[in-house]
Write a protein that binds this ligand. Structure first.
Ligand code: ZN
Length: 172
């Protein structure tokens, strides 16, 4: 089932999400729906708060645009930031309207601890595009959007565009 994606400035995107206690059938169904929603969007990652569930779970697939898919579900992820600072060019987000994109400084490598949807332990290093995606989605679990990481000037320009866009949208 494709879920509705919560968009900025919805206050639910600013909440710090709660850890998942037990991986229930409901959680497994949510993960499957999140993957379906991510592929349909289309996107390469989606965090639970983006579909209105403030729990620490995210899905991602760095090969989402390719024929062979590699879906991943991360429950209660914990990142350790490693590597050097890199510029994630023209980052975007399914929850940030108007297909807005900007460069964001991230780390080239992270160490990831998490649970799989089957409860097995994930303990690995991620580099490259995978590392960028997981940092972006992980931020969502702490109520942070990539537009929180751009300059104040860019942010205020974007906010005024969004306000105009919302006014137009609500007038229809
Ligand atoms: Zn996002």
């Amino acid at each position: 089932m494709i879920l509705d994606i919560v968009t900025y400035p919805d206050p639910r995107l600013k909440q710090v999400s709660q850890s998942v206690g037990v991986i229930t059938d409901e959680i497994r169904e949510l993960a499957a729906n999140m993957l379906e929603t991510m592929y349909a969007a289309p996107g390469v990652g989606l965090a639970a708060p983006q579909v209105g569930k403030n729990i620490r779970m995210l899905v991602m697939d760095e090969s989402a645009q390719e024929e062979k898919k590699h879906p991943r579900v991360l429950v209660n992820p914990v990142l350790t930031f490693l590597g050097e600072e890199v510029v994630s060019e023209q980052e975007g987000c399914l929850s940030v309207p108007m297909n807005y994109r900007a460069d964001v400084v991230r780390k080239s490598m992270v160490h990831l601890n998490a649970l799989n949807i089957d409860g097995s332990v994930i303990d690995e290093d991620l580099e490259g595009f995978g590392a960028i995606i997981v940092q972006h989605e992980y931020d969502h679990l702490d109520g942070i959007l990539f537009i929180d990481k751009i300059s104040r000037l860019r942010r205020s320009l974007y906010d005024s565009k969004v306000k105009k866009w919302l006014r137009r949208k609500n007038a229809v």
